[in-house]
Design a protein around this ligand. Structure first.
Ligand code: M6R
Length: 620
């Protein structure tokens, strides 16, 4: 077997914010960090230059711990940086939290990413007499900058960068030069927000979108000197680079809870709106489909002989459904792989083949590494991405935006529905272009799609029923989810939602596989969630449910409205509105999202920020 050499991209899953200007500095930094906390939430810190002196405050735990710590202090100043961390190197504690300071406490650095050669750099700086305080890879950066500092911060950062291997989004301030923040980017997102008499830095739009919509997305290899009134953008050698200012359209309220107890609950309830928005984007008044910005790529896509979808987590589940649909609608053989597996396999490319990335964040390290590797093997890249300007967006040949708006809850909900719908519509469009579907077929399917928002609302109205079901089962320590065909991925998604937010062990199986092993788990205590909407495999599904029943499992069935027969088989039945089988995954997942949500609440879990997780998994 040939071993394939891969990229090593290992940025850390953290959040950076920076501000220079006249506003209350702690409030800008802390609110920014709060809005970034879904990216990492095990410790945080800020550094501010106050009356020419650098001050730094850090705390283990969530952002509110840091806010509590400093609320009685008066921290004045007009330049500062902040960081929220998801630990990679070194346990989550106050010492390992960012910012990291040089020995003389005059330079502060916040870092997203991983410095791969930090051990050799550590040796070097120790030999030069520096003492490392933390166990992190990031701390070496500040000492290197200090080593090179001769009165010009930007130059010292530039020199330090030549020694760094790995990935970094960096923001640096220095008390000798209190009029600037120096930032640079390699394989870890960094954004500048432009204001009047003030400027912002962040790793994510969310932290600063309340202050400005004029943003500059730094490219890899770019660095910027940010002052109150100006931004100088260069490459790492200091050569000027043209600055592209983009207007961000995401509205700031989209990142607020808007009266809901949790982002996850709000995002579940936004699903009908998301579906309407996607219909507006892709369906013309006469019911035909349009993918305007794909026009160029469509020539190649229509010729495509094979798709290889690769994605992680919930996005992978959307990919599994994509396979069914694209093979059905467009007759294109489609493979689906988990990115972290695909990237270490031999990628054999033929001509006219596309690697497809599906990603909410557009920053997932494994998915990104796969598209880079696939490009080097001459595959074309099509991506389904939610976050515009993200690395996967920028590095793909063609992109379908999923248009779910900002998703803050770590558990993906509305973006899953958005991914599914985009995958459906793209499949229909391709099927029509390839001549496997007529215009009339497409218009008929689109008419079904237009019913989805109302049907989703009907399901959401049943939330009290799902809550009552959650009440019955929330003490179970294990769940099984089963489904067939298009609803096998729904079973996987239901199990993933439950385990990630409630810490209950849950597994999804294709129902037909049960008797090949997992059926041994069934006893009278085990809840088995059975996805049995009307479908071509409905009868088979019922046989599988009978097998569970015969072994005493506690059965919860998701079925199509009007199916009274299932009531005799189940302890609880959840109904979804009648629809063609192919659209059922868009409806059947919603009760499972709510079931997981209520169970997690009853178990007093942190649904928006579950333990050990982060929203964008930017480490391998
Ligand atoms: O941003 P991406 O869609 O690439 O993220 C992929 C997974 O990390 C993500 O779906 C994860 O599984 C979610 N926590 C699921 O709710």
């Amino acid at each position: 077997m040939t071993l394939v050499c891969r990229f090593a991209i290992l940025p850390c899953m953290c959040g950076i914010v920076g501000y220079i200007g006249p506003r209350d500095i702690t409030s800008v930094l802390l609110v920014g960090l709060e809005r970034l906390s879904y990216r990492g939430y095990d410790s945080s810190g800020i550094a501010v230059i106050t009356d020419g002196e650098l001050g730094c405050w850090k705390k283990e735990g969530k952002i509110h711990e840091l806010s509590e710590e400093i609320k009685s202090l008066t921290i004045k100043g007009n330049v500062g940086i902040g960081h929220t961390r998801w630990a990679t190197h070194g346990v989550p504690n106050t010492i390992n939290a960012h910012p990291h300071l040089d020995t003389g406490s005059s330079i502060a650095v916040v870092h997203n990413g991983i410095i791969e050669n930090y051990l050799s750099l550590k040796k070097k700086i120790k030999a030069a007499g520096y003492i490392m305080r933390s166990q992190t890879d990031s701390e070496v950066i500040v000492h290197l900058i200090d080593m090179y500092y001769k009165g010009d911060l930007a130059q010292a950062v530039r020199m330090a960068m030549t020694e760094l291997e790995g990935s970094f989004g960096l923001s640096v301030i220095c008390e000798n030069e209190p009029d600037k923040i120096v930032v640079c980017r390699k394989d870890s997102p960094l954004i500048l927000g432009l204001g009047k008499g003030e400027n912002f830095v962040s790793s994510d739009i969310n932290a600063i979108v309340t202050h400005t919509r004029d943003m500059v997305f730094l490219e890899d290899g770019h660095m910027a000197i940010v002052t109150q009134d100006d931004v100088t953008l260069t490459d790492f050698e200091g050569k000027a680079v043209e600055m592209k200012v983009e207007q961000v359209t995401w509205n700031a309220e989209a990142s607020e809870k808007s009266g809901f107890d949790h982002f996850m609950l709000k995002e579940i309830h936004e699903q009908p709106t998301v579906v309407r928005r996607i219909i507006d984007k892709h369906v013309s008044v006469d019911g035909a489909l349009q993918f305007n910005h794909l026009e160029e790529a469509m020539k190649d896509l229509t010729k495509s002989m094979r798709f290889i979808i690769q994605a992680c987590g919930t996005s992978w589940h959307a990919g599994l459904i994509g396979k069914y649909l694209w093979e059905e609608y467009a007759h294109v053989p489609t493979e689906v792989d988990i990115s972290s597996e695909f990237r270490y396999r031999q990628m054999l490319s033929g001509s006219d083949e596309f690697v497809v990335a599906i990603s909410q964040s557009g920053e997932t390290a494994d998915t990104l590494a796969c598209i880079r590797e696939a490009k080097s093997k001459f595959f074309k890249i099509l991506s389904f991405v939610n976050v515009k300007g993200s690395s996967i967006d920028r590095e793909s040949d063609a992109v379908v935006y999923t248009h779910s708006g900002p998703e803050i809850g770590v558990a993906s909900t509305k973006n899953y529905i958005a991914q599914l719908l985009n995958v459906y519509l793209f499949g229909l469009y391709l099927g029509q272009l390839k001549g496997h579907l007529s215009k009339a077929d497409v218009i008929k399917k689109v008419a079904q799609v237009k019913r989805l928002p109302g049907q989703l609302e009907k399901i959401l109205d049943q939330a009290p029923t799902f809550k009552a079901i959650a009440e019955k089962y929330y003490k179970s320590r294990e769940f099984i989810f089963i489904g067939r065909g298009l609803n096998y991925p729904t079973a996987l998604e239901g199990a993933l939602k439950l385990k990630e937010i409630s810490y209950i062990h849950a597994t999804g199986y294709p129902a037909g596989e049960l008797k090949h092993g997992p059926i041994a788990l069934i006893d009278e205590k085990l809840p088995v969630v059975c996805l049995a909407p009307n479908s071509v495999t409905y009868e088979k599904m019922i046989s599988n449910i009978e097998e569970v029943r015969a072994r005493g499992g506690r059965i919860i069935i998701v079925a199509t409205e009007g199916n009274e027969a299932v009531k005799d088989l189940a302890e609880d039945v959840i109904y979804i509105p009648e629809c063609d089988e192919e659209f059922s995954p868009i409806l059947s997942v919603v009760p499972l999202q709510l079931l997981s949500y209520y169970i997690a609440i009853m178990l007093e879990c942190d649904v928006d920020q579950p333990r050990n997780l982060a929203k964008s998994v930017t480490v391998e």
